[in-house]
Structure formats: structure tokens, C-alpha cells
Design a protein around this ligand. Structure first.
Ligand code: FES
Length: 85
């Protein structure tokens, strides 16, 4: 992660994402809805920490906002959390 996001708590956001999604960096959820990757910088440092889901950028992310953000995408998906192919 980039410096600006790091100093604003990106590590805590990442830890919360790992916990809520049940995956580590480089892995994908069983339903294939989420994968987890880190990047050095997205070029929007003033908005950090930033979480990108699909084409959507979520700036000023906090650990407390992770759960509601993930839930929003789970609701949109026709796939269920534990669905397997
Ligand atoms: S450090 Fe996060 S967008 Fe630049």
C-alpha cells in the first residue's frame, strides 16, 4: 500500500477486509465475488485509504465501514456467500 493510505490506517482496513471476507491477500472468496490485492498507490492519495471494488472507488475507508461496504456488494450479487461452482 502507498504511504498516504498507510499513515491513514490502510493496514487496519486490510485486516478488517481479511476478516470479513475470510481470505488473505492474493486469494478469492469461494463465491468468486471478491479477491483481495494490495497496490502501491492508486493516485488518489488525498482520499486514502481507498478500497476498489469492481469499478467503484471507496475513499476514506475505515475498518468500521468495511462490513457495510462488503454487504452492499453481496446484496447486489445473485451469488450467495457460500455458493460453490
Ligand atoms: S497512497 Fe493510497 S492512493 Fe496514493
Amino acid at each position: 500500500m502507498g504511504t498516504a493510505c498507510h499513515v491513514r490506517g490502510a493496514a487496519r482496513v486490510l485486516d478488517r477486509l481479511k476478516m470479513d471476507l475470510g481470505i488473505d491477500v492474493g486469494e478469492m472468496t469461494k463465491d468468486r465475488l471478491f479477491s483481495l490485492e494490495t497496490v502501491n498507490c492508486l493516485g488518489s492519495c488525498a482520499l486514502g485509504p481507498i478500497v476498489v471494488i469492481g469499478d467503484d472507488y471507496h475513499g476514506q475507508m475505515t475498518p468500521a465501514r468495511v462490513e457495510s461496504t462488503v454487504k452492499k456488494y453481496r446484496k447486489k450479487s445473485p451469488r450467495k456467500k457460500d455458493e460453490k461452482d
